[in-house]
Design a protein around this ligand. Structure first.
Ligand SMILES: Nc1ncnc2c1ncn2[C@@H]1O[C@H](COP(=O)(O)OP(=O)(O)O)[C@@H](O)[C@H]1O
Ligand SMILES: [Mg+2]
Length: 251
């Protein structure tokens, strides 16, 4: 059976549902003009889902890595008291290619002193729907990325999160299907169709489940730094997500 690539086609009904203005800080003033990416305004992206184990931290780390590889100046703000992203970063002596800062008081998220120095800030959040940290991370966001596995129970919980937390916040967002079984796309297609029917925007790209993600995390590497088996496929998935995100910013 051919290995599916990490994306499916959808129609234009999936454009982000809201157009809250982005922050107006200039991005990356230390970057050379030659390498400056098209996106000029600072973007704050919050990665959220009320559930744990749905790849929020994996997505935060690898989205940061993919955006940094495209010459964005990137910071990951770890707003999860469990501090998985900070733990991941601490084990990488050579650095991940972007900066990671943990935020002890989530209500201070937008007052992190260095925040203005970055073109892109990605906020990783705890798996608690009613938490102050999640509310604060959504409040400062220009864009939400909502990772979820495509399994029906996970998807149902995510749809409820969109209804109760995301839509009222009036921020642009997309659902990202993660931990997708690369040998069977049926569930993924069904999940994409369910979201489409509900008018919930989803990335066309999705992230397939590969051991490479677990191994890279254990070594404190982003998937872009990982050299093992199926690294290429796993890298391609997060690169596609980063590209799609940047297309949304340009439109
Ligand atoms: N695409 C993937 N393929 C395989 N394993 C994954 C993938 N994404 C995440 N994982 C694994 O799933 C577990 C939960 O991921 P994590 O990012 O910590 O979720 P969360 O932050 O939502 O709790 C981790 O063991 C992680 O390595
Ligand atoms: Mg996490």
């Amino acid at each position: 059976m051919p290995t599916p690539t990490g994306s499916v086609k959808q129609n234009s009904k999936t454009a982000p549902s809201s157009t809250k203005n982005s922050k107006s800080k200039p991005s990356g003033t230390k970057q050379s003009e030659r390498n400056r990416p098209l996106v000029q305004q600072q973007k704050i992206i919050t990665v959220a889902n009320g559930k744990g184990g749905v790849a929020k931290t994996t997505t935060s780390i690898n989205l940061c890595a993919a955006l940094a590889a495209q010459n964005h100046r990137v910071m990951l703000l770890d707003a999860d008291p469990q501090a998985s992203a900070s733990w991941w970063a601490k084990r990488n002596e050579g650095g991940l290619g972007f900066d990671v800062a943990s935020v002890e008081d989530p209500l201070q998220l937008d007052r992190v002193p260095q925040i203005g120095d970055y073109g892109v800030v990605v906020v990783d959040t705890p798996p608690a729907l009613a938490s102050n940290a999640l509310a604060a991370a959504i409040a400062i966001a220009d864009y939400l990325v909502l990772p979820t596995p495509p399994a029906p129970l996970d998807l149902a919980a995510l749809i409820e999160t969109v209804r109760t937390v995301v839509k009222p916040a009036n921020v642009s967002y997309r659902v990202l299907l993660t931990r997708v079984d690369p040998r069977s796309l049926r569930e993924t297609m069904e999940a994409q169709n369910t979201l489409l029917d509900l008018g919930i925007p989803a990335f066309h790209a999705f992230v397939r489940a590969y051991k490479a993600h677990e191994r890279a995390a254990l070594e404190g590497m982003s998937i872009l730094q990982w050299k093992g088996k199926q690294a290429r496929e796993a890298q391609a998935d997060y690169r596609r997500v980063a590209e799609e995100l940047q297309r949304d910013w340009r439109d």
